[in-house]
Design a protein around this ligand. Structure first.
Ligand SMILES: *Cc1c(COP(=O)(O)O)cnc(C)c1O
Length: 382
């Protein structure tokens, strides 16, 4: 059998509109954070119904910025799910704070709220629920159980356009961070966005994003005194997005609804087409809300599957179908495992998900035939 197929796990859907959008900043010479970024921030915040928005270089830097703006440092504890992308833990470590892992719910792959609440201590300052693969974590249940002073920072990297009830991801906690990496639903190459309802967080994060400068480049550009330099009262960073990215982001944002609708239709189609395979469990649409379908991550039952998951992934690869494990059990990554002396069994569900999940291709550059071929190939393994 030849491999006429080559179906990527993910491909950014970009075209002529993004290409043309780059013309403006390239011609007018404003390449770093400027009018395109400001417009992208405004439209993104409006879409997610949150007051303040700050574009950044990535979701990782948006999360870091939020933690620093909240004053998180050594001695503080931040609760995060054990099954997530490593960045969720790393940003806590960047602050010198301690990540406290909580196990996940294997039905949703999201943080197990009861387990998270059991781990709250007098040092807990923040909980970071992750909306993994585009499904919102149960933020209301978390808020109900948490002491009032503990902040909720949503890791909404995968959740642009996702809904929890009728509220958008990013509007559920005190602050939220999104990603525009090409693996996510909309992309700017690299890029991120910090959203918050709180003016104090936005103001602090805005200063920290630009080296801690007391006046912005824009103010300096438009200001009357050429000799005025900003003062630097804080240790800040350069986490600014470029206007080239802002211009692309604006075009991508216009396509967000279509991207999600398309993905949602195919997710439904996958569930129907694969439901007779007893060793594969498909992800569900939430009863109350909207999945953004950043990824379609299935659970491969180890006792029912005809062979180990990794062998299944190898066979699919040889037939031109890319797959990936859902994400990591972060407590088993060497840096964290050695630093905190973790065992696999400390977070059994996260470990199970790490071993047994498999994402199959679902994105906006696939044809009907691609989807059919993937299902036929999975059926042939049964
Ligand atoms: C992708 C991802 C991140 C990191 O996003 P970047 O923009 O690449 O920094 C963080 N958390 C989760 C859950 C992610 O999936």
């Amino acid at each position: 059998m030849g491999t006429e197929y080559s179906i990527q796990i993910s491909l950014p859907s970009v075209g002529d509109e993004e290409w043309h959008a780059l013309r403006d900043p390239l011609e007018n010479g404003w390449l770093t954070q400027g009018p395109k970024v400001a417009e992208f921030e405004r439209v993104f915040a409006e879409k997610h119904q949150v007051e303040y928005s700050l574009a950044t270089t990535s979701c990782t830097t948006a999360l870091h910025l939020a933690l620093v703006a909240l004053g998180i440092g050594p001695g503080d504890e931040v609760i995060i799910p054990a099954f997530t992308w490593v960045a969720t833990a790393n940003v806590v470590a960047y602050c010198g704070a301690t990540p406290i892992f909580a196990d996940v719910n294997p039905e949703t792959y999201n943080i197990d709220v009861q387990d998270a609440l059991r781990r709250v201590s007098s040092k807990t300052k923040v909980v970071i629920p992750v909306h993994l693969f585009g499904l919102c974590a149960d933020v209301d249940l978390l808020r109900e159980g948490l002491p009032g002073h503990v902040f909720i920072l949503e890791d909404a990297a995968c959740a642009a356009g996702a809904k929890y009830g009728n509220k958008f991801a990013g509007s559920l906690g005190d602050a939220a961070a999104f990603s525009f990496h090409p693996r996510k639903i909309i992309t700017t190459g690299e890029g991120g966005m910090l959203l918050t309802h709180k003016g104090s967080i936005a103001e602090q994060a805005n200063i920290l994003r630009n080296h801690g400068a007391s006046i912005s480049e824009e103010q300096r550009h438009n200001g009357p005194h050429p000799y005025l330099m900003p003062d630097f009262n804080l240790l800040g960073f350069n986490y600014r997005m470029t206007d080239l990215q802002g211009a692309v982001g604006l075009v991508q944002l216009e396509k967000l609804e279509r991207f999600i609708q398309e993905r949602s239709q195919w997710a439904k189609w996958y569930r129907e087409a694969l439901k007779h395979i007893p060793w594969l469990k498909c992800p569900e649409e939430p009863k109350n809300g909207r999945h953004a379908w950043q990824a379609f991550v299935m659970f491969v039952h180890p006792d029912l599957a005809p062979m180990p998951r990794n062998d299944i992934m190898d066979i699919l690869q040889s037939k031109g179908i890319s797959t990936r494990p859902g994400t990591h059990a972060v407590h088993m990554l060497k840096y964290y495992k050695e630093k905190y002396d973790f065992d696999a069994v400390d977070y059994p569900n996260a470990y199970d998900c790490d071993r047994n999940t498999m994402a199959i291709p679902l994105h906006n550059c696939m044809t009907d035939r691609d989807y059919q071929y993937i299902v036929e190939t999975l059926e042939s393994l049964s």
